[in-house]
Design a protein around this ligand. Structure first.
Ligand code: 16G
Ligand code: MG
Length: 542
């Protein structure tokens, strides 16, 4: 390591002294103007991680659904997964080291992690459409270069596309070609194959309105449009030509406000969906004939997909085990429907894709979705091999079913939840089953629910257990929640410190919207009183 060169270059990306940031649920995230030094240092760290794993490492510059002024960075591990937890700690140490101690911290990490500094390093970089992203990704490149790493800058990409590139490069192209065309070709081929028998089923299935959150999803869907145009025509809204990124639009807005995004022209019964700012989340919705808004969230997406997979498995007569993984935010009706009607096993993990992803890996077929629309389906290597073999051996309808499963495997981005591949799988299922958006929605009725935020002096005073469904500290809070929940029917409530904002999140559901609202408010008050609330006492009404 040329420490003098590192020192010299680092000074050009100097850390504002005293600034402390945490590698959180999805990397570093804050106001873009505070991130230059973090980007440079994550370039350095990516080189160390690449040397250690002898693999290509990804660096994505994005702040996903957060406001346009924010930005962020996360590292992508060799198989397209989130960075290993021990390296999250290294990332936090390196990002927070004061300027003069940074080279020493870097050396310490390479010693602790037993990095062979003579090993070659290769880093791939992607970024979203934020105005700050181009310059910040240049800072990443500076970090990579000063440590002697090689790199490929893909420029504008969705987050899942970068995960795909990393996965392709580390599996010597077996998974797919590590180019943007390779991504489009792989997905569109699987989509066209999967849906080819169903193309006569009428025009209403062929068109879909997509709110792109004024982000990268718009650019990439536009590039992809002609690959899939024979099967699906997408009409893009909030494509970034006018509005601001994630402002009053996008999957996060639609899910949390439970209303349509601005800038979208909706007619009754038209199928619409929203991506978030880096296109790794998707939610669907429509207006009924009375003009009422219906949200179809990640839970209903998981239900549609797992019922389709179960039918195909039944057809081929294989008993591969399916597990559905959710978080505490999953609507109680969805969990009940999956367990009692569909008879599939359902598991609950902590919030954050890495927790769900990890659990989903335990099954032959692991379906995981957060209610907010983040998710995918993972097939174990053994299941994939089995299905491919059956697609050759079986005959007639069974063979068709096995081939369909094969295409589903290709359609899902196995490296990460991906709004584009989720969208294509959902569209294919709706076409094949001849389901309208209303019929899909009618699988079960969501329990009314409400999410609120509470400001407290230190959100870490709240600790939880049982996949965030029970509070451990501060004492008395769980008892207070239990007492409140008892007052309502079909009710449930939990609180957890946010991993991305300096607040505590409150979730409540009950038999009516009024009751869910009232329970959420009462729980907010309990948090405020028992966990050191600051500022104004939570008020009723939303
Ligand atoms: C991040 C997570 C998302 C989670 C959200 C929760 C990833 C890639 N993203 O956006 O899965 O739902 O954080 O945010 O893991 P919260 O902790 O502020 O509620
Ligand atoms: Mg996102």
């Amino acid at each position: 390591m040329d420490l003098d060169a590192i020192r010299e270059y680092s000074a050009l990306h100097a850390k504002p002294s005293g600034l402390v940031l945490q590698y959180g649920t999805a990397g570093f995230r804050t106001k873009a103007e505070h991130l230059d030094h973090v980007m440079f240092r994550m370039g350095l760290l990516a080189v160390l991680r690449s040397k250690q794993t002898k693999s290509t490492i990804g660096v994505m510059v994005t702040a996903s659904h957060n406001p346009e002024e924010d930005n962020g960075v996360k590292l992508v591990d060799p198989l397209g997964e989130m960075l290993a937890p021990s390296w999250e700690e290294h990332a936090t140490c390196l990002a927070n080291a004061e300027e003069h101690e940074m080279p020493r911290v870097l050396m310490d990490i390479s010693v602790k992690a037993a990095v062979n500094l003579h090993q070659d390093a290769f880093v791939v970089i992607g970024r979203d459409t934020r105005p700050s992203s181009e310059k910040l990704s240049q800072s990443v490149i500076d970090g990579v270069t000063v440590l002697g790493g090689q790199f490929h800058d893909y420029g504008l990409l969705t987050t899942p596309q970068l995960h795909y590139m990393v996965y392709c490069r580390n599996t010597s192209g077996q998974y797919g070609k590590a180019t943007i065309e390779g991504y489009y070709e792989k997905l569109s081929k699987a989509f066209m194959e999967l849906t080819k028998q169903a193309f006569c089923s009428g025009d209403e299935y062929r068109s879909l309105k997509v709110d792109c959150a004024n982000g990268i999803g718009a650019l990439k869907l536009r590039e992809m449009e002609h690959y899939i145009s024979q099967g699906l025509s997408v009409q893009l809204f909030n494509d970034g030509t006018k509005g601001k990124l994630n402002h009053l639009c996008g999957a996060d807005f639609v899910k949390s406000h439970q209303k349509p995004p601005q800038g979208m022209e909706m007619k009754s019964n038209e199928r619409c969906c929203s991506f978030d700012g880096d296109a790794d989340r998707i939610v669907y919705y429509y207006l009924d004939v009375d003009g009422h808004f219906h949200l179809i969230d990640g839970d209903k997406i998981a239900t549609l997909i797992s019922s389709f997979l179960k039918e195909l498995l039944l057809e081929i007569g294989e008993s591969l085990n399916i597990g559905v993984v959710q978080t505490a935010y999953a609507n109680g009706s969805s969990t009940r429907y999956l367990e009692e009607v569909m008879k599939v096993s359902v598991y609950c993990t902590k919030t954050g894709v890495k927790h769900l992803h990890h659990k989903a890996q335990e099954f032959d077929i692991g379906v995981y979705f957060e209610a907010n629309g983040h998710g995918t389906v993972l097939f174990s290597k053994a299941a994939e091999t089995k299905i491919k073999q059956l697609a050759k051996e079986l005959e007639d309808k069974k063979r068709e079913a096995a081939k369909m499963l094969e295409n589903v495997i290709d359609l899902f981005n196995q490296a990460a939840g991906d709004a584009i591949s989720d969208m294509l799988v959902i569209e294919a299922i709706l076409i094949l089953k001849g389901l309208t958006v209303q019929q899909w929605d009618a699988l079960y009725t969501d329990l009314p629910n409400r999410q609120l935020k509470v400001k407290v002096a230190d959100r870490q005073v709240i600790s939880t257990t049982d996949a965030e469904r029970q509070v451990v500290t501060p004492p008395g809070l769980q008892e207070a929640i239990n007492d409140l929940v008892k007052k309502y029917k079909l009710s449930r409530a939990f609180v957890r410190p946010s991993g991305t904002e300096d607040i505590v999140r409150v979730y409540a559901e009950a038999d009516s919207q009024e009751n869910a609202d009232s329970l959420a408010h009462a729980v907010s008050l309990a948090v405020f009183q028992l966990a050191g609330g600051v500022g104004e006492t939570p008020q009723p009404g939303f």
